[in-house]
Design a protein around this ligand. Structure first.
Ligand SMILES: *Cc1c(COP(=O)(O)O)cnc(C)c1O
Length: 471
């Protein structure tokens, strides 16, 4: 294509002519005639606007085909999560176990007995598929599941504390990221927030002083994404449950991530399990499906039968319910927990978190040469030890030793070059997302499962200005 005088623009081929070009038939077969005609028109309009005249009908068709191909790529597509954060909320959190993927695919493809009793042909309840498993794994009397843990907290508050009071320690009034802030959720749920204690210290007497005739629930929130350290005091779950029970007030424990197994098995520090929270006397416990549990997005509410019944009577529950795909995936995920000894083999989240540093280091050695070749001589590259984190607010202070590749601009003007590198990696066919740390782009290799696909992908890295413009 070349810059053209206005007179030349009249020489643009007619749409009909373009549709007779060599690539046209194939394009129409793939994308349909209306889409191809639309793309051809856009290419011609752009040519006119920019005063650039394509050489021929073939040229226009080719440009249109390129545009159609770009459009066809899914917006939501796989990336390599080399950020070092295993449960990265912005990258979709947990990767599902194979049995869960199979179950979800089957449910997508066929009719399933979602709310249908196969024994007697009567209408069933979609919670029936998970209730038994959840009770078995947590020791709770009853259970229900909703869209996510935020929905679980909202629904619990609205069911048990609507136009009543919910008592929470000032040390637990968390914000989870985005706009999920405990005080705001409470007011949207119609509950009146009664804050007790101070940021760093809350005592039993603070709760006792606040309990009154209007109290709906006492809420304990696992401060999942931060720690208050130093001169601190909190009322433990067991004590708080006992204290609430004396006044016949249900204690609700929002565990956040929640876990169904003792994480010390995997060399991680202890995080209260759901079964422990139930054993400590919580009336209800809420937790996420796609954090440490390693399943699809979901929010669990487990605990006392009468309280779960109250939640099930709430008309809002319908607005927050789960579809068949996720119920199928959850059932398969939860079943894996029946064999806790082998759970880390089957569940990607726990497998990735328990991966030994030596293994990751070996991976770094295997990939060093190809990555060095791909980034070229403008960068230096070294194998480094780094720290992975769990993410999604679970065990915020805990990091697990990991290894990766640190890529640094070789000369001056490092900042711009580093940005270009990060952008180049993001516009690969399978985007690679690392983290920038200390003037280097670090690729933490903990979550890199498919080395072959990674190396062929990074081989097409284009760090020229033009390469970056494609985004
Ligand atoms: C993450 C979290 C939530 C929200 O859970 P989602 O499943 O992300 O909706 C609520 N409470 C706590 C304490 C959390 O850590």
């Amino acid at each position: 294509m070349e810059r053209a005088a206005t007179a030349d623009l009249r020489k643009l081929p007619a749409v009909d002519e373009v549709l007779r070009a060599t690539e046209a038939a194939d394009a129409i077969e793939r994308f349909g005639r209306p889409a191809v005609v639309g793309a051809v028109r856009r290419v011609m309009l752009e040519s006119r606007a920019n005063g650039i005249v394509p050489k021929s009908a073939e040229d226009v068709m080719h440009a249109a085909l390129m545009e159609l191909e770009v459009q066809e790529e899914l917006k939501l597509r796989p990336v390599f999560n080399l950020t070092g954060t295993v449960l990265h909320t912005n990258l979709g959190r947990a990767l599902l176990a194979e049995p869960a993927i199979k179950a979800a695919v089957t449910a997508m493809r066929s009719a399933v007995a979602l709310e249908f009793e196969l024994e007697d042909g009567r209408r069933g309840d979609r919670d029936d598929h998970l209730r038994g498993l959840l009770c078995e794994l947590t020791g709770a009397e009853d259970a229900t599941v909703v869209n996510n843990n935020a929905a679980a907290v909202l629904l619990v508050l609205n069911s048990l504390a609507y136009r009543r009071e919910a008592i929470v320690s000032r040390g637990e009034l968390i914000e989870i990221g985005g706009s999920f802030r405990m005080p705001e959720i409470m007011s949207r749920a119609g509950a009146r927030l009664i804050e007790v204690g101070t940021t760093n210290r809350t005592h039993a007497k603070d709760y006792l002083g606040a309990i009154g005739p209007k109290t709906g629930i006492v809420l304990k929130v696992h401060t999942s994404n931060y720690r208050i350290e130093g001169f601190t005091k909190e009322v433990g779950a067991r004590e708080l449950a006992a204290l609430s029970a004396q006044h016949k007030i249900p204690m609700v424990h929002d565990l956040g991530s929640g876990t169904l197994v003792d994480l010390t098995r995997f060399g991680l520090s202890h995080e209260p399990t759901v079964a422990e929270a139930i054993a400590d006397g919580a009336g209800l416990v809420t937790f996420s499906g796609d954090k440490l549990l390693g399943g699809p997005q979901a929010g669990f509410i487990v605990g006392r039968k009468d309280l779960v019944a109250a939640i099930n009577r709430n008309p809002m529950k319908r607005a927050l319910r789960l579809d068949k795909m996720r119920i199928a995936a959850l059932e398969a995920t939860l079943k894996l927990y029946r064999d806790p000894d082998r759970i880390a083999q089957h569940l990607p989240t726990l497998r990735l978190l328990s991966l030994a540093k030596a293994e990751i280091e070996a991976r770094a050695h295997r990939l060093f040469r190809q990555v060095k070749a791909a980034v070229g001589p403008s960068f230096t590259i070294e194998i480094v030890t780094c720290e992975s984190q769990i993410g999604s607010g679970a065990l915020p202070l805990l990091t697990v030793p990991s290894a990766g590749l640190a890529i640094r601009p070789a000369g001056r003007r490092g900042g711009r070059l580093l940005k270009r590198l990060a952008a180049g990696l993001r516009c690969l066919k399978i985007p690679i997302v690392g983290r920038i740390e200390d003037q280097a782009l670090v690729l933490d290799l903990r979550c890199l499962d498919d080395e072959t696909s990674f190396t062929s992908n990074i081989a097409s890295l284009d760090l020229s200005e033009k390469g970056n413009e494609r985004t």
